[in-house]
Design a protein. Sequence first.
Length: 234
Amino acid sequence: MTGTLYGLGVGPGDPELITIKALNILKGAPVIAYPAPDTGDSLARSIAAPNLPGGQVEIAIKMPMVVERFPAQDVYDRYAGEIADHLEAGRDVALICEGDPFLYGSFMYMYQRLAPTHDVVVVPGVSSVGACAAVAGIPLVSRNQVLSVVPAPIEEEELERRLAATDAAAIMKVGRHLDKVRRVLDRLGRADDAWYVERATMESERVLPLKEFDADKAPYFSMILVRRQEEVER
């Protein structure tokens, strides 16, 4: 029998924000894999670390953290082959992902390569969108409002078009695009309603109104939430 590849969402940072299903699979899998930068530690592994039983084979999927080289197809091809070897030998593999595997998760590139020929199970996780709203104490949407998840790296004109057309937005991957996002929100008259959230649920978490955040850039794991005010029914 061949093994099963599990795509495990382990949540946005707090090790306790893992589902019981993901926890049970994580503890039982003989092989774990996780994305990692080409230098430095893996965030996904650090989230899962308190729940690892030890003694498992580990595969660090080292990726170049350079935008123009992502996704690095040759890297995914190589690690997909390594994971496939374990699966074909009958060993289950748990590929752990911060947040949710299918929300901007690198797991989807492994899924594309391995799902056609192997058993793959995706276990959803607490997403950064939900985590940021929770720590900020800001409802994402109410009643018939529309929520858009918008990546900050898109072109400024496109960013403005999308934010102008939606009731509420979670602007992800802020990083070096902070000034661009500020300009767009200012032009739309929505900057006063925006909140900045950095590293939600982690020890270094930071939450404040965007207008009070005076830095000129933000870390990759940051998000801006904005929502048109609407009275929430009691």
